[in-house]
Design a protein around this ligand. Structure first.
Ligand code: FES
Length: 115
């Protein structure tokens, strides 16, 4: 122990920075269009608007599929019963509906639907 080092200093927990805030990134193929922090409870469309990206919408209730995008990375939980705008095979291809899909954690979205 060097002179001047108190036991308090030795007992201090190492300072750690908080984990980085989750980020949603919007891509069109390999092109990054924008990114912004994930705000829990907000939809993909809300996040796109915050990033200055306009996603097409129509019903805004999960019915029409106009807002369909492709989930490339991360988690956008689905409702237990799929809405009319989604089918199982589309979900298998990574489809999510921007108007009702709420990202959880870091997420990469291709604004193109998986068709
Ligand atoms: S706008 Fe119709 S399903 Fe999203």
């Amino acid at each position: 122990m060097s002179a001047g080092t108190s036991s308090l200093e030795l007992d201090e927990k190492p300072k750690s920075s908080p984990p980085p805030a989750p980020v949603i990134r919007f891509l069109k193929g390999a092109e990054l269009l924008g990114q912004c922090p994930v705000n829990p409870g907000e939809t993909i469309v809300d996040h796109a608007e915050a990033c200055g990206i306009s996603l097409p919408t129509n019903c805004t209730s999960g019915t029409c599929g106009t807002c369909m995008v492709s989930l490339i990375l991360g988690e956008v939980p689905l409702p237990e019963i799929l809405p009319p705008g989604l089918d199982d095979w589309l979900v298998d291809e990574g489809a999510r509906l921007g108007c009702i899909g709420k990202p959880r954690g870091d997420v990469d979205i291709d604004i193109r639907p998986p068709l």
